[in-house]
Design a protein around this ligand. Structure first.
Ligand code: FAD
Length: 414
């Protein structure tokens, strides 16, 4: 073992979604070995629909030379085109700020993203063990013991909770931590194959419909990636959602978009029921402390910005890089974790606030909708300048620079 590994011990990473493999690779880069423990029994092929990894997330991956497989498995997303349900284009905003090699925001099927990150991590010799659901933690003399639902346990010098929005790690280290809050929106999405829409692969079309929000991306070759955000109150239980067949969601969406001048109905009608994914959309305010003892939280386990921000995966990647940097540069776990939280918290809260504003626009009633449609073009014109987006999409972590050294963020505006 080298100095860092001896100093902090072997890392246990709980959760092999997005943050897990990225933190595994970042720890390896700074000379700290770890193993990743993932609850699902098998690699997560076929899960979820798709997501957009923003330029700032790709920049984080670039720090550990891991962005190329993600970019190769996705499609470049240059802009978001926003319109109202009447079909009126309200404006368009840049979806990313290109990295030095030209890479920019990329939309990718979720299963492909997971596979790309897993393959990359495994290819670098990092072990990902499936079928390991964390259900208890104990302090040990040298760090922490993780106990899994299958009765096994592992001991490490420290543990990274990368176990997502319903994180067991968060609950264990702080039973009073905030719980995920329902945004008032249900997300429904799918990839529809073989459509004859005119392709526009680099422009994500987003519509504030009269009763719900609809986004789609029409690719070459007939694939259409789409999602709808539907205001639903009160929050349906998971059992209610699971009991509602996809065909019922389709019916509901067809009715909801009946008055909108957009291709939503055509796309929804052409969608295979089995391709449909749905779930309640949540946010999570970060707990007061993101760590306790030898345990620290990253990604959705620490904060959830809701899908409206298009930033959850990217923030998870940034967390992973920043945590590894802090562990490299701080001799003690406590100071590494404190520094990591300090470097991340302000930014995460700012993204959360921005996402909350978008959610309320999506769930707007008739009066709020009229106001929204009137002010939105103005807002978009303001946001459309790359300078206004720099703080979000141009965020850069100087991975090789020392923590506490000269700041290396791109100039922040606004
Ligand atoms: C509908 C939808 C659309 C979205 N769209 C976007 C988007 O366009 N752009 C974007 O950036 N973000 C988007 N997000 C958010 C994004 O998916 C998350 O922010 C991101 O997945 C967080 O990564 P993570 O690794 O922290 O958590 P996850 O990806 O959720 O991974 C957590 C992993 O931990 C595992 N796990 C859970 N509990 C345990 C346990 N007890 N023990 C061991 N393992 C466990 C899980 O099986 C999972 O593999 C979207 C989210 C949703 C729901």
């Amino acid at each position: 073992m080298n100095g860092k590994a001896e100093r902090h011990g072997w890392g246990l990473v709980v959760g092999g979604g997005i943050a897990g493999p990225v933190v595994g690779m970042a720890l390896q880069r700074v000379g700290i070995p770890c193993t990743i423990y993932e609850a699902s029994p098998e690699p997560s092929d076929g899960i979820g629909a798709f997501l957009t990894v923003a330029s700032n997330g790709l920049d984080a991956l670039q720090a550990i030379d891991a962005h190329r497989p993600v970019v190769a498995a996705g499609v470049r997303t240059n802009r978001l085109v926003l319109s109202s349900g009447s079909g009126k284009v309200l404006g368009s905003v840049e979806a990313g700020i290109p990295l030095t090699d030209g890479t920019t925001t990329t939309t990718i099927e979720r299963a492909r993203l997971y596979r790309a990150l897993h393959d990359e991590a495994r290819g670098r010799g990092i072990s990902i063990v499936h079928g390991k659901r964390l259900n208890a933690l104990e302090e040990s003399e040298d760090g922490v013991i993780a106990r899994f639902a299958d009765g096994t346990s592992e001991e490490g010098g420290f543990l990274v909770g990368a176990d997502g929005i319903w994180s067991a790690t968060r609950q264990i280290i702080d039973p009073a931590a905030p719980r995920p809050e329902y945004t008032g929106l249900i997300g429904v999405g799918a990839i529809t194959r073989g459509m004859d829409l005119p392709p526009d692969p680099n422009s994500f079309q987003m519509t504030f419909g009269r009763r719900a929000f609809f986004g789609f991306l029409a690719l070459e070759g007939g694939d259409v990636l789409w999602f709808a955000n539907l205001p639903v109150q009160p929050e349906p239980t998971r059992a209610e959602l699971a009991a509602t067949p996809p065909s019922e969601w389709k019916e509901r969406l067809l009715e909801v978009f009946a008055e909108d001048a957009i291709p939503a109905r055509k796309i929804i009608e052409a969608t295979d029921d089995a391709a449909i994914r749905m779930g309640a959309m949540h946010t999570l305010q970060p707990p007061t402390r993101w760590h306790r003892g030898s345990v620290v939280l990253i990604g959705d386990a620490a904060h959830v910005t809701s899908p409206s921000s298009g930033q959850g995966a990217s923030l998870a990647m940034e967390d992973a890089i920043e945590l590894a940097r802090c562990l490299r540069d701080r001799p003690r776990l406590a100071s590494a974790f404190e520094t990591y939280q300090r470097l991340r918290e302000k930014r995460v809260r700012r993204v959360l606030r921005a996402a909350r504003r978008v959610n309320s626009d999506k769930a707007a009633g008739p009066v709020a909708r009229a106001i929204r449609d009137a002010v939105m073009p103005l807002f978009i014109r303001r946001m459309a300048t790359p300078q206004r987006q720099l703080w979000l999409l141009g965020h850069h972590i100087d991975f090789t620079g020392a923590v506490g050294g000269p700041r290396s963020l791109l100039p922040t505006v606004g």
